[in-house]
Ligand binder design. Structure first.
Ligand SMILES: [Zn+2]
Length: 427
């Protein structure tokens, strides 16, 4: 079946905008053509709208939607230890499934078609991705500190097993990664033992790194080197690997990232909310580092909209560089589309023949998007998630005229309210 997305304007890979139709091969899940007067077996109306690549949320913990607004206004360390970890300790597989569904519903409604996720009870998340119709790179987050050796090994084994089992699931829409939680919560002996197993399994490694100063200092003190140098020593930073945050990074570390080809996921809202710091995004760009954009979990954001994240990235990038020309609109849009796809190794991020048919249509007919001097500026600074009219992933329509077709919206919200209330009771 061929689907013609007609009557709109299209954001091309070079970030120019052209009046064009997009022809999608719904069976193969690819874009066949971008051009004038294209006809398919079916039509999707994009008139008055901008057809753009689906957004890539390159770092999140999607099931944390159940903890949205549960604990706010605390620094990372206290927030994790006093609120988040105790609550997460009570999460059942069913809770994770419900939280993941809620997050995916929110992503579909705000124009995200692909995401990278680090969490636990991953088989539940795989099932939810399969049903929702999104694309994802999933992994089990490993923590080994303050654990008995056997429990720590079990956790690492599970991350490898999940990566092996589910790579290619959901008709190829699910990819996986080995996901040690961070350089300070996973011991170096575990990295030495398990990272080679991830290489053997052919999956990338995704890890939090250089998020706060408190996380950097112990590594420097104990090992006499910067965290990313330490990561490299222990087998990380292959071209397919990607680290979340990179807030407290040095020029030497940027050089290391650029040399190795490993990517960084910038999470500006989470970094601001937890007062973690300002990532030197413009400096990383200039050094040739691949950068994607992520929301991080809903508990530290508190939404999963990448339109908000683009705005935050552009704004915070200027403040960090003390330069209003830093992280321009184009850079923010690039990070949320092609950059995220490149960093996570997921298809998508561009609309051109042969590319994955992961795309969204944004309604431009709104007061806050008028006049239309520069649509890329609007995407970075003025569009909100609720301006998204249609969402397609892998050639399938997931949302049409704001109605999500793959999920029962009311039922998802109701289950989430109930699961969240039960969870808080137990904690
Ligand atoms: Zn995170």
């Amino acid at each position: 079946m061929e689907l013609a997305v007609t009557g709109g304007r299209v954001l091309l890979p070079d970030l120019t905008v052209e009046r064009a139709d997009v022809l999608v091969d719904a069976d193969e899940g690819v874009v066949r053509a971008v051009g004038q007067d294209l006809a398919g077996d079916e039509e999707l109306d994009a008139s008055g709208g901008l057809v753009m690549p689906g957004l890539v949320n390159a770092h999140t913990h999607v099931a944390m939607t159940l903890l949205r607004g549960y604990a706010d206004d605390k620094p990372l360390d206290a927030w994790l230890q006093e609120d988040i970890w105790p609550a997460e300790g009570e999460l059942t597989p069913e809770d994770v499934r419900v939280g993941a569904e809620l997050g995916m519903l929110e992503m579909i409604k705000s124009g995200t078609t692909a995401f990278a996720d680090m969490y636990f009870h991953v088989p539940e998340i795989v099932d939810a991705v399969a049903d929702a119709g999104l694309r994802a790179r999933l992994g089990h987050g490993v923590v080994t500190i303050a654990k008995e050796a056997e429990t720590a090994h079990d956790d690492a084994e599970e991350s490898i097993a999940v990566a092996r089992e589910f790579d290619g699931a959901a008709d190829g829409r699910v990819s996986t990664a080995f996901m040690p939680h961070s350089l300070t919560t996973v011991g170096s002996d575990f990295l030495d033992e398990y990272v080679p197993q991830a290489r053997e399994a052919g999956v990338p490694v995704h890890i939090h790194a250089n998020e706060t100063a408190d996380e950097v200092d112990p590594i420097v003190e104990e090992h006499g080197m910067r965290p990313l140098e330490y990561a490299r020593e222990h087998g990380l930073l292959e071209p397919e690997d990607f680290v979340a945050h990179g807030v407290h990074t040095t020029p030497e570390e940027h050089e290391l990232l650029a040399e190795t080809g490993a990517g960084v996921v910038h999470c500006p809202a989470s970094n601001m909310k937890l007062a973690s710091g300002m990532a030197p995004v413009q400096v990383m760009h200039d050094a040739g580092v691949s950068v994607g954009l992520g929301t991080d979990g809903a508990a530290s954001n508190n939404d999963l909209s990448l339109f908000d994240e683009m705005r935050d990235a552009a704004m915070l990038g200027k403040l960090a560089a003390d330069d209003a020309s830093a992280v321009p609109a184009e850079a923010a849009v690039e990070m949320a589309t092609q950059g995220g796809a490149e960093v996570t190794g997921l298809p998508g991020g561009r609309i051109e023949p042969g590319a994955a048919a992961d795309l969204v249509v944004v309604d431009l007919d709104a007061p806050h998007l008028t006049p239309g001097h520069d649509l890329v500026s609007h995407l970075a600074y003025a569009v909100t998630g609720s301006d998204v009219r249609h969402t397609l992933c892998d050639g399938a329509v997931l949302m049409r005229d704001r109605e999500v077709l793959t999920m029962d919206e009311d039922a998802v919200l109701e289950r989430a309210e109930r699961a969240a209330a039960d969870l808080v009771q137990r904690v």
